[in-house]
Write a protein of this length. Sequence first.
Length: 169
Amino acid sequence: MQEISFRNDILPLKDKLFRLALRITLDRAEAEDVVQDTMIRVWNKREEWSQLVSIEAYCLTIAKNLAIDRSQKKDAQVVELTPAMEEETDVSGPYDQLVNQERMSIIHRLVNELPEKQRLIMQLRDIEGETYNEIANVLHLTEEQVKVNLFRARQKVKQRYIELDEYGL
């Protein structure tokens, strides 16, 4: 096993942990608290780092569990992504920007309507870029379950987007 450094291996995960926590808690302040609590818990378990297969999966699991606990307390339902959270796109004019902004709004809404498990899997795979194995470890599922849920989530978003695009809102 390699030597794990808090500064080099764990601190760079804070943005990924925040995005995951935000997706679950639906509150920026709660997500920040989850990341802070995660960092504290990981630091307090530093003696066990050498036994871990993946420190990233370990951190994501802790953050996921803390976020779920907090969201259940607050009884949150969906997160509305703010324009500040969206990436800037390369579009030429104001009309193109408006169309793209509306499309992103629809896609965010459709993703937020997915069941929690599918939403988390899409977040971890499509936004965070995690492998199927890492997602399976974090969510305590098999890789096949992750693949099936991801496929179903993508299909549902695609199908609903096409319906909305063809028939209007």
